[in-house]
Design a protein around this ligand. Sequence first.
Ligand SMILES: Nc1ncnc2c1ncn2[C@@H]1O[C@H](COP(=O)(O)OP(=O)(O)OP(=O)(O)O)[C@@H](O)[C@H]1O
Length: 301
Amino acid sequence: MNSTIAPEKVCFILNPKSGVKSSVSVPDLIAAHLDHSRWAPEIIYTQYAGHAPQLAREAAAAGARLVVAVGGDGTVNEVARGLLGTSAALGILPKGSGNGLARHLGIPLALPQALALLNNPVFHRIDSCAINGHPFFCTAGIGFDGLVSSVFAKSTKRGLSSYVQLVVREFRTFQSEAATVSINGKSLSSDFFVVAFANASQYGNNAYIAPMANIQDGLMDVCLIRHVGIAEAIQLGYGLMTKQIAHSSLAEFHTCATVRVQSEKPQYYHADGEFMGQAQEFEVQLFPESIEVVAPLPAKS
Ligand SMILES: Nc1ncnc2c1ncn2[C@@H]1O[C@H](COP(=O)(O)OP(=O)(O)OP(=O)(O)O)[C@@H](O)[C@H]1O
């Protein structure tokens, strides 16, 4: 590193509630693994859910070149949302339970390695999306996806096994709703179990809803899953974990930049796994190359 160049500002925004409990001290890791000749760090803790967008915006306005979300996809969503339209880039120290965007971008899950990545940063622009105006960077969805996010939001348990238990319990009583998906000039009507919108390929925990999704191609991948029974749901679960869903007859894929869904009844929906409420009409839009990230993505050809 050239010692005549002053270190640039980096702000770490840390969600103390994300992920499963751990004794790791993030400030200690930053002190040990960040190159302090490259970066001048500031560490800020969120005080409440929904605090991080404001913190990220303030950090960018104060001149941070990089704002690092320390947490899971909910925290990444909040920080990234705050950075839209600013000149600061997003970094991720994955400390959540699912870490979908970090996994998609190839960011190491081990925090020392994730910090090392920031020392020689490679900046890439990626797409972002919004569902009914709520930005998302990884996935959003309606139907069973949305229901699971609403129940998980009320649960204090985190981690993969709690999530799987919850999915199995909720599946027993879930009713698919009739809806029409308008996409690329076609109208597709059915009782949908899930309508998922993928900017990145996975929900988190390597559960791939759209294994072929490219976060830099200016298109989202829409995955339509019609009403399923228990045997098919098990097949889908297997397909999610093995990427085989891409070839499953149970899932239909489309790529587009905008999509509309009109449901007969209100449906729960989520953005990056965070429960967003209920709606009957949905508009999902993609914004190409709308945010810069530090990630080991291959260079864009
Ligand atoms: N200080 C805070 N107190 C309470 N909740 C917070 C605080 N800061 C952030 N949150 C909320 O914590 C929630 C969970 O965070 P996050 O998604 O990062 O972790 P996770 O659920 O463990 O990870 P993942 O989404 O990868 O599974 C988010 O909804 C976020 O808004």
